[in-house]
Ligand binder design. Structure first.
Ligand code: NDP
Length: 273
């Protein structure tokens, strides 16, 4: 029987996950089917149980169910535990393993696809929602010289950093505290761009930056990327590569084989300028 996988979310809109995973499956000769299931807002658990009973092997989870997905797991990766959220579930009998592949997808896109080394660099990660939370551990693993998590509501950034083992080069702050600070890589992990807004960042953060990365994708030159462009930042990227890389990581957890990502990224990429 063909193995079944699905993405769960609400709304799912024009989710690209079925296209990405079908392409991975074809390229790696895996016999699987991947569908999109829009669960009702209070029906995530029921939808997952139904899927498991029908033989579902694994799932991707997107907004707003990542916290519920983590809560239903019998065991979880360290990065999912730190995020307190899961975007990937693996079903194995009674076992439900939870992982969070968004952060490692982001790091892989920056390092492998865009050629931006993070080791020894000053990194500014803006935002303290699920995406930023999931990215902290993968960024720490790259050994930056400084990692600053800045958020509009500073207490949320402090909560995340306090949950990490204390390291002097990892800090939390509010956006207004960034004045006169500069970074090598600036990442917008807020949802501001989804409504055409920009986090209130001082221009100083871009002055020495080699790259600016917007987690949202398919939005063209967002206000955040425009700010970076005005400050002559050379590498501007959106989150389409992250989307494909987090999917590749999930695929390898399910199938124990890592698919190539370049071709899929090329197919989905929309020029941002
Ligand atoms: P959350 O809703 O969990 O968090 C939203 C964050 O954005 C909060 O830190 C919030 O600050 C901040 N924010 C929202 N509006 C503004 C604003 N106008 N100015 C400053 N800060 C603002 O979202 P997620 O973490 O789940 O997602 C964040 C982004 O990442 C989205 O654009 C999403 O599409 C993208 N994403 C991309 C993925 C990919 O594969 N490319 C994967 C996952 C997410 P506060 O705490 O003060 O409210």
């Amino acid at each position: 029987m063909t193995d079944q996988y699905a993405v769960f979310g609400n709304p799912l809109g024009h989710t690209k996950s079925p296209q990405i995973h079908s392409s991975f499956a074809k390229k790696t000769n895996q016999d699987l089917e991947y569908t999109a299931i829009e669960a009702s807002l209070n029906g995530f658990n029921t939808a997952i149980q139904k899927f498991r009973k029908a033989g579902g092997c694994g799932a991707n989870i997107t907004a707003p169910f990542k916290l519920e997905a983590f809560a239903m797991a019998t065991d979880a990766s360290e990065r999912a535990k730190l995020a307190g959220a899961a975007n990937t579930l693996l079903f194995d009998g009674e076992r439900v393993f939870a992982d969070m592949t968004d952060g490692v997808g982001l790091v892989n896109d920056l390092v492998k696809n865009l050629g931006i080394s993070l080791t020894g660099k000053r990194i500014l990660l803006v935002g303290a929602g699920g995406a930023a939370r999931g990215a902290i551990l993968p960024f720490i693993n790259e050994k930056p010289s400084l990692l600053v998590l800045a958020n509009r509501t500073p207490s949320k950034a402090h909560d995340i950093i306090n949950a990490c083992q204390h390291q002097d080069n990892i800090r939390a702050c509010g956006l207004e505290e960034l004045t006169e600070q500069s970074f090598d890589v600036v990442i917008n992990a807020t949802s501001a761009s989804l409504t055409g807004q920009c986090p209130a960042l001082p221009k100083s953060v871009f002055l020495e930056a080699e790259a600016a990365y917007e987690l949202a994708y398919g939005k063209g030159l967002t206000p955040f990327l425009a700010l970076a462009k005005n400050a002559n930042v050379k590498v501007l990227a959106d989150g389409v590569g992250m989307l494909v890389e987090q999917a590749a990581e999930a695929f390898s957890i399910w199938r124990n084989i890592r698919p190539e990502t370049q071709e899929v990224i090329k197919t989905l990429k929309i020029p941002i300028e």
